[in-house]
Structures are given as C-alpha cells and as structure tokens.
Write a protein of this length. Structure first.
Length: 82
C-alpha cells in the first residue's frame, strides 16, 4: 500500500474505533439495565439471562475485531505515519 492509502485507512480506523466504543457502551448499558431489572423483579427466572447473552456476544465480536486492526497500526508506526 502507498502512504496515501495507509493514511486513508488510518482515518477509517479512527472512525471505526469511535463507532465500536459507542456500540460497546450501548450494549453494556443494555446488559446492565437487564441485570438490574432482573434483580429487582419479583419473579427471578434463569431463562431471562439467555437474551442477555446477545449483547455479550456483540461486545466480544467487536473487541475481537478491533484486535485485527493492530497490524495496520504497526505498519503505520513502521513508516512513521502516525
């Protein structure tokens, strides 16, 4: 890749990081709200936690995907394009 292409990817990476951080915060809020509402309810069914796994899976995938971007960051540091 050329330096210009790498700088474009860097801009996309920055936007992606902001979006992922926002989505992770939103999903964590949903998870916390669900756990708190379950703990305050009079009927405590364990089956309620099954839908709460969905935000956990999304958070896991976003964190795992963000680790793939470290290769691009290393190339940017090698070429001193930070």
């Amino acid at each position: 890749m050329t330096d210009a292409e790498l700088l474009d990817e860097k801009k996309k990476l920055k936007d992606s990081k902001v979006l992922h951080a926002t989505l992770i915060g939103f999903m964590a809020g949903i998870l916390i709200f669900g756990v708190v509402s379950w703990s305050l309810s009079s009927q405590k069914h364990v089956g309620f936690f099954i839908p709460m796994l969905i935000p956990v899976l999304f958070i896991y995938k976003m964190i795992k995907n963000s680790k793939k971007n470290t290769e691009l960051e290393e190339v940017l540091k090698e070429r001193r394009l930070d």
